[in-house]
Design a protein around this ligand. Structure first.
Ligand SMILES: [Zn+2]
Length: 82
């Protein structure tokens, strides 16, 4: 999936028994898992990683929002030159 190549996978983390599992939310097929000593550990890591991933998306969002404005300015300045 092109978005995954450009922005990285959008992983969702969840626990199944004592294993932590993750899968790309865009459905590109990227996934993985890791076993922990207990179900509590797996659950704790799943929550922590899921939260971290969401916080990371929040930091990237403002840059995405600025993009159309920058594009519009670039087009406008090009038009003024010609
Ligand atoms: Zn992906």
């Amino acid at each position: 999936m092109l978005r995954c190549r450009l922005l990285g996978h959008r992983y969702r983390f969840f626990s199944v028994g004592n294993s932590l599992e993750w899968r790309c939310a865009r459905g590109c097929g990227a996934e993985g898992s890791k076993k922990y000593a207990s179900a509590q550990d797996a659950d704790r890591y799943a929550r922590a990683f899921d939260l971290e991933d969401r916080a990371d998306l929040g930091r990237r969002a403002p840059l995405v929002g600025l993009f159309p404005l920058r594009l519009w300015r670039a087009l406008r300045s090009r038009r003024q030159q010609s």
